[in-house]
Design a protein. Structure first.
Length: 37
């Protein structure tokens, strides 16, 4: 278990990368819409 966490496989790394990108886009959208709201 620890080795899997310390050395994630490419698939897991890709999922984490995409999740971070989606979160960043959501934050940018919220910040851009804040003045409108």
């Amino acid at each position: 278990m620890l080795h899997d966490i310390l050395v994630p496989d490419p698939g897991t790394y890709l999922i984490i990368k995409i999740s971070v990108l989606i979160l960043a886009l959501l934050v940018l959208m919220i910040v851009a819409a804040a003045p409108v709201l």
